[in-house]
Design a protein around this ligand. Structure first.
Ligand code: NDP
Length: 251
């Protein structure tokens, strides 16, 4: 048996692909041979330029994934362009920070909807084709807060714990259909999402001191693991929440 990390001939759909971790994952999947559909709200010029260098086919889909409304149309557009979806990366996510006693219902709903509800129903829509073909990979982006409570981020901790739970639930039901579902739990990665933490000198130093690897993560640190989980080499890996965190959880 040959061990393969090759994604040639595969089609990937990556949400939140125009910035940070999602962009790094989209580029890495294309470098591994996949054609890539990008779903996000922001201008994708930088992502498209990086993807062009890989020579793979790309599809730019501007879509607001704060509700389930656009899911059906999104999947139809990818199928119309590429005919199939072999790899789904559920990366789109938001965070809202506020003291627990002041935390609003709006911030609860927004985070749960984008980070968890849309993740599940997009996976469901894409999994129908995967199950019909008897193969597919779903990679969810979880968080250290899938395991820990955090401070001032209760809806994010709830949503990301939910991502871990739904990853196992989907993996369990889809394993016999040839579909693997896993999650990556990034540690502290330098992106827009963590810009406020990075610019807070005290907090940033405290975080750095607690990371055994002695540095913040880079989006590419997550992308390598995503390629592995999307590849045939991971055909027997399912239902895992894999921390990629410079050793944070080992401490
Ligand atoms: P970014 O803020 O750069 O990325 C978040 C992405 O989510 C953006 O590309 C954004 O797309 C997309 N997104 C958010 N809301 C919507 C929406 N309504 N519709 C469509 N797309 C949306 O930060 P990161 O790269 O860090 O975050 C990526 C993922 O990694 C998130 O799920 C985050 O929770 C997770 N994560 C990050 C960690 C870190 O330390 N950075 C740690 C643990 C987890 P657009 O701008 O186009 O709307």
């Amino acid at each position: 048996m040959t061990i393969s990390f090759d994604l040639a001939g595969k089609v990937a759909l990556v949400t939140g692909a125009n910035t940070g971790i999602g962009q790094a994952i989209a580029v890495a999947l294309a470098e591994a041979g996949a054609d890539v559909a990008l779903a996000g709200r922001s201008e994708p010029a930088e992502t498209l330029a990086r993807l062009a260098a890989t020579g793979r086919r790309t599809l730019d889909l501007r879509v607001d994934l704060s509700s389930t409304a656009p899911i059906e149309g999104l999947v139809e557009q990818v199928l119309a362009a590429f005919g199939r979806i072999d790899v789904l990366v559920n990366n789109a996510g938001i965070i809202r920070r506020a003291d627990l006693l002041d935390f609003s219902e709006a911030d609860w709903d927004a985070v749960l909807d984008t980070n968890l509800k849309v993740l599940f129903f997009l996976s469901q829509a894409v999994a129908r084709g995967m199950v019909a073909r008897g193969s597919g990979k779903i990679v969810n982006i979880a968080s250290l807060l899938s395991f820990q409570g955090g401070i001032r981020v209760p809806s994010y901790a709830a949503a990301k714990s939910g991502v871990a739970g739904v990853t196992r639930a989907m993996a369990n039901e889809l394993a016999a259909k040839g579909v693997q579902v896993n999650a990556i739990a990034p540690g502290y990665i330098a992106t827009n999402n963590t810009a406020a933490l990075q610019s807070d000198e005290t907090r940033s130093r405290q975080i750095l001191e607690r990371i055994p690897a002695g540095r913040w993560g880079r989006p590419e640190d997550i992308a390598g693991t995503a390629v592995f989980l999307a590849s045939p080499a991971a055909d027997y890996v399912t239902g895992q929440i894999l921390a990629v965190d410079g050793g944070w959880m080992a401490r």
